[in-house]
Design a protein around this ligand. Sequence first.
Ligand code: ZN
Length: 163
Amino acid sequence: MAAPYELRIYGDPVLKAPSTKVTAVTQSLRTLANDMIDTMYASRGVGLAGPQIGVRKQIFVYDAGDGPHTMLNPEIADAQGTWEFEEGCLSVPKLYFAFERPRTILFRGMDLDEKPVEFRVEGYLARILQHETDHLCGTLILDRLSTEQRQSALRTLRMREAT
Ligand code: ZN
């Protein structure tokens, strides 16, 4: 199956822009969520946020191994501990960085039934939820790196652009 959306890649200004809250779950929003899930799987990702397909809405999809989920208007309400893990991003292709994020989070958001959700998670799932929530604030993994990691990543990206 072809991906219904083309991925936006680092350098596209939409990735740096904050997204607006979803106020109502319409049929077109449900279709968007399904298309995003298809795009995520076609790209072999574990998460995909609105801006990554050029949609500035607070929506992301993810699959931490138990099937696809959609979250709206996410918020990291609390964060504890630290965990270093190697992380990548579909919008920063083929670059992986080991860096720290909080290990445990209290996540809040809204589901596709317009119901508020709140849960505390840790480890890999907490990592995905933080990464995707970052996207909706215009934050990329490059913004989370040490100065040294970031400079090296930007050099690689510039070299790719030049070829
Ligand atoms: Zn990403």
